[in-house]
Design a binder for this molecule. Structure first.
Ligand code: DON
Length: 307
């Protein structure tokens, strides 16, 4: 097995030198301002050691990675009721697709496509205060990462709200089917704010530690989710975390992971490590190109694939 102290900087150096870096998301105008040249990586192992390289401490927009933590909050307040609203099947479609909703009575396939995430966020939205739900996610992330320095990037939230017509369409369609129960505008506002949370690879890898550790945050001893819920969240990350590239990601990396269009990926090697990578250039399916390549190298060198 490779030595992480040597491996992590070596992977970062390889990625820094790559010229084919993918395309930075531009459908949310503020995300297009970020340079594709960034690469950061942090690996935290079960014994608490942290291995960091590149832009490990630069904050980026976590976008869809927030959907994992929204699910944790919804499970905390609504338990198994979450699964009445949203399924557990890969969609095989784009993250923002609407087609399945019409054929499937407005019930989204899983909590990680946009429709499913909006349905989950609806559960934690306080009808009178669009910021309350995002505040719950923010408090969870600050607690797990051990820092108060994590915040919503207001410009990104505004940028997404101003252009988020597809998400509004998904939300209204689900509302028409009774899948959303709250005020659509408040749910969307909560969703846009949670997606606009900015944090670094180091903070994200710290926040993910409970998922490698059966649901308990090893830093504080706090139980975040039950062992069964931790297993299930990892299962959903593996099968649905990369949308219509989830099969390919399982094939090449073999770890539960959740991507975001900001270019971040949180990956979990159960019992072994919590890993965060960031590189803003994306594949056509909206997943970090170099982030995926780095995780493939890491998982292969360490023998960490779950298969
Ligand atoms: O709703 C959206 O489109 C974005 N806020 C999040 C999408 C996303 O991150 C997809 N992930 N790769």
């Amino acid at each position: 097995m490779a030595d992480l102290a040597e491996l992590v900087p070596r992977i970062a150096a390889t990625m820094a030198a790559r010229t084919a870096r993918g395309r930075v998301a531009n459908y949310i105008p503020d995300l297009a301002k970020v340079s594709a040249s960034h690469f950061g990586m942090v690996v935290i192992t079960a014994d608490g050691r942290e291995h960091a390289a590149g832009d490990a401490d630069l904050a980026f927009s976590i976008q869809s990675i927030s959907k994992v933590f929204a699910l944790v909050e919804a499970l905390a307040s609504h338990g198994e009721g979450v699964w009445q609203r949203v399924g557990r099947e890969p969609s095989g479609g784009a993250f923002n697709s609407i087609v399945q909703l019409e054929a499937e009575a407005g019930r989204p396939r899983n909590p990680f496509i946009n429709a499913g995430a909006i349905a989950v966020t609806d559960l934690i939205t306080d009808g009178d205060d669009p910021r309350a739900g995002a505040g719950r996610i923010l408090r969870l992330l600050r607690d797990l990462a051990g820092t108060q320095g994590i915040a919503v990037d207001g410009a990104v939230a505004y940028s997404e709200a101003a252009t988020g017509h597809r998400n509004a369409a998904l939300a209204h369609f689900m509302k028409a089917h009774g899948v959303l129960t709250g005020r659509v505008e408040a749910t969307l506002s909560t969703y846009f704010h949670q997606c606009a949370i900015a944090m670094s690879c180091r903070e994200l890898a710290r926040a993910g530690r409970f998922l490698m550790n059966g649901g308990v945050d090893p830093a504080s001893g706090r139980r975040v989710v039950s062992p069964e819920q931790a297993r299930r969240i990892n299962a959903l990350m593996l099968t649905c975390g990369h949308y219509d590239a989830s099969g390919d990601f399982a094939f090449s990396v073999g770890l539960p992971a959740k991507s975001g269009v900001g270019g971040g990926i949180l990956a979990i090697a159960p019992g072994r490590a919590s890993i965060a990578v960031w590189s803003p250039g994306l594949s056509p399916q909206g997943n970090s190109l170099l982030g995926t390549a780095a995780l493939e190298e890491l998982a292969s060198a360490m023998g960490w694939s779950v298969f």
